[in-house]
Design a protein around this ligand. Structure first.
Ligand code: K7E
Ligand code: CUA
Length: 677
């Protein structure tokens, strides 16, 4: 070992690697009891690390994030897939991509949106305008909760480009519902589930014209847009009622609250003492319209004029009473509480937020609300108890232009911490600390909350800071949006990666960075490139609570969960029925055969094929596609899928199984024969 000490007697870097690895080797000796073998292992580890120039710190980090082949992760990240329109499922700490869930965009491998009765329908039903939308900007995921903690039932996510929201069933990791929410044109951070998942909330991002109908539109002139913006535009806060059996959003049981035309941004649910409330921040309370070519200020200038914007404090339990009393209007198919009614009934209060705020994040105890202004170096933490007391005492600094009372800023603030430049979003750990992303500084700041977590000099302190690479947007901690955060890990969602990976530019991957929270200071463990879009937000959930089903009971429709009797009746499951102008086929699918495998139809027939995968083995998935048809379905074990198409071209067409399912997979094909009369 002497040879690895440098001249000053301190360990050289290489020496430190070797000592760290010798320690590791000693562990192997202890575990295995075979000294010769352990020496070999040490020798190998030492030479591998030395040959690859890996430092002892990096070797330790590798061990902290490495999951051996066949090993399982402790947590799952459900991350938005940004412009891909999908949801990414990533293991923690390994940072291995485990699944891509198709949500707003067709995805061929999963057969999503390529002809199947359930997914193509979900996508088609949700297109808001006059044409079918084939993409989405998936943005803010929200896992369902029970008693204020993730329960592993469902995941909701919005499409920033539209007022769309989707439900993913975590029983089979499939999207079951995509809806366009009335009156919204775009949506942003308004997604959250209440602590009991009674409601999932989505709000508008950019205000839309009042009574905007996505299918019909609304009439407006440039002059009205520039001069009457504050009167003709409105924001909307939507509480979508969740069916507790299916997780589906029931628009008919839901309601909306009209908001001023500020740009509503991120939102969070009250919990514990603040249960029954929703918090939505906003910017552009200036109501700047843009229009440089019409002699107006650029939007970014106009929208940054005021020192304060507003946090909306919404009492949704009271709103439920207003709805129950019938005090609403039905607008574009949803019950809407107008802004006038909301003000008259005291459903909304505003709290000033410094300088173009972006995030609002409720702390685990439900009392602290952290906001950060993009142009202010502080996080500002309100006490919900203080806000309530101020509302009760009518400690207001006036009203806004729409008559909403504004709580006096100083009456609401519990603490402020100077964290650094460009604070955006905050997450929490299990020890009363907040972690705030700093976009401009490209760092994560760790800081302490006040009572009951920390008191005296320990409270409201900047504790630690870690540089990230680069331009962090959101960040996520384990169960970090719940009343029961787990600590341990943090993932930084960075927008730029510059020099972090081999250059594949000019468009470089986003960078998920895994951070260890268990030590004295935050430690960066791993970089994971994301090359499919700009993920905005993610939630991290313990694998304990995610239990997908193994296989579907035979004949199950994934969309409805219903079991089709026809698909499973013995003998009846493989047959062809010809009727004038149409052919209906019940086809079984198993390794390595379709039955029937020759399907005769007449030219011009409407063809319906019910495909049932009659396997009951996990991962025994088959596919089905037909040349010349935009059809590609993926049929999991037990599943039934129906496809429909028109036999518009005479000839024979070799359909085949698209999944390499067995040794005789290549033989798993058949013929569609389209006969002319
Ligand atoms: Cu900060 Cu669109 Cu959640 Cu991105 S939003 S960062
Ligand atoms: Cu079934 Cu290949």
């Amino acid at each position: 070992m002497i040879g690895f000490l440098d001249r000053s007697g301190l360990l050289s870097n290489r020496g430190r690697v070797i000592i760290a690895l010798v320690g590791l080797g000693a562990l192997f000796v202890f575990a295995g009891g075979v000294i010769a073998c352990a020496e070999n292992a040490q020798g190998d580890l030492m030479s591998i690390a030395a040959a690859r120039g890996i430092s002892p710190d990096d070797a330790a980090r590798a061990l902290k994030s490495f999951v051996p082949p066949g090993g399982k992760d402790d947590y799952l990240i459900f991350a938005s897939g940004g412009h891909s329109g999908q949801v990414l499922v990533v293991g923690v700490p390994s940072m291995r991509l485990l699944r891509v869930i198709a949500v707003f965009t067709p995805e061929p491998w999963q057969g999503y949106g390529y002809g199947s009765d359930w997914s193509a329908q979900a996508l088609a039903d949700s297109s808001p305008g006059k044409e079918e939308i084939r993409w989405g900007d998936s943005h803010h995921p929200a896992l369902s909760e029970t008693d204020g903690d993730y329960d592993g039932r469902w995941l909701y996510i919005n499409d920033r480009a539209h007022g769309r929201i989707a439900m993913v069933d975590l029983k089979d990791f499939r999207t079951k519902q995509v809806i366009h929410v009335p009156n919204l044109q775009t949506s942003h951070g308004g997604i959250f589930a209440t602590p009991d998942t009674k409601y999932v909330h989505i709000s508008s991002m950019v205000p839309a014209l009042k009574r905007w109908d996505a299918k019909v539109g609304a009439s407006v002139t440039v002059d009205e847009h520039l001069n009457n913006y504050g009167d003709i535009y409105r924001g909307y806060s939507t509480f979508l009622k969740i069916d507790q059996d299916t997780g589906r959003m029931a628009v008919e049981d839901s309601f909306q609250i009209e908001l001023p035309p500020y740009t509503q941004d991120l939102a969070d649910a009250g919990k514990g003492p603040s249960y029954g409330y929703a918090f939505i921040n906003s910017y552009n309370s200036e109501r700047a319209t843009g229009g440089v070519n019409f002699g107006r200020q650029p939007l970014e200038v106009g929208a940054s004029e005021y020192d304060f914007d507003y946090l909306h404090v919404i009492n949704w339990q009271k709103a439920e009473e207003v709805i129950a009393a019938g005090n609403y209007e039905e607008v574009n198919g949803i019950r809407l509480i107008t802004l006038e009614t909301a003000v008259a009934e005291g459903l909304i209060h505003l709290v000033p937020e410094p300088k173009s705020p972006h995030g609002v994040d409720v702390a685990p105890n439900g009392n602290y609300l952290t906001v950060s202004g993009k142009l202010d170096p502080h996080v500002t933490v309100y006490g919900f108890d203080k806000i309530l007391a101020a509302i009760e005492a009518e400690d207001f600094e006036g009203t806004d232009d729409y008559g909403i009372p504004i709580v006096r800023f100083d009456a609401a603030v519990a603490g402020q911490v100077e964290v650094g430049a460009g604070p955006l979003h905050t997450q929490y750990d299990n020890e009363g600390n907040g972690y705030t992303s700093l976009f401009l500084e490209t760092a994560v700041a760790k800081w302490s909350l006040g009572e009951p977590y920390h008191s005296g000099d320990e409270a409201w302190q900047l504790v630690d800071k870690l540089g990230v690479h680069y331009n962090i947007g959101h960040l996520a901690t384990a169960h970090g949006d719940t009343m029961n955060p787990r600590g341990g890990y943090l993932v930084a969602l960075n927008k730029w990666s510059l020099d972090r990976f081999t250059n594949v530019g000019p468009l470089l991957p986003q960078n998920f960075q895994l951070v260890d929270l268990t030590g004295e200071t935050m430690d960066l463990l791993y970089d994971m490139p994301i090359g499919v879009g700009e993920p905005h937000y993610a939630q991290i959930v313990s694998t304990d609570v995610i239990n997908p089903e193994q296989v579907y009971p035979l004949g199950t429709s994934a969309m409805t969960g219903e079991i089709s009797a026809q698909a499973i009746e013995g003998g009846e499951q493989s047959r062809i029925e010809h009727r004038p102008g149409e052919t209906e086929v019940w086809m079984t699918v198993i390794r390595s055969q379709y039955a029937p495998d020759v399907v005769p139809v007449k030219l011009g027939d409407k063809v319906t094929i019910h495909l049932t995968n009659i396997e009951q083995t996990l991962d025994a998935t088959h596919g089905f596609s037909i040349p010349g048809k935009d059809i590609m379905v993926s049929i999991d074990a037990g599943e039934t899928i129906t496809i429909e198409f028109e036999a518009d071209t005479p000839g024979s067409f070799s359909f085949y199984c698209t999944e390499f399912c067995s040794a005789l997979h290549l033989e798993m094909q058949g013929w569609l024969i389209v006969e002319e009369e």
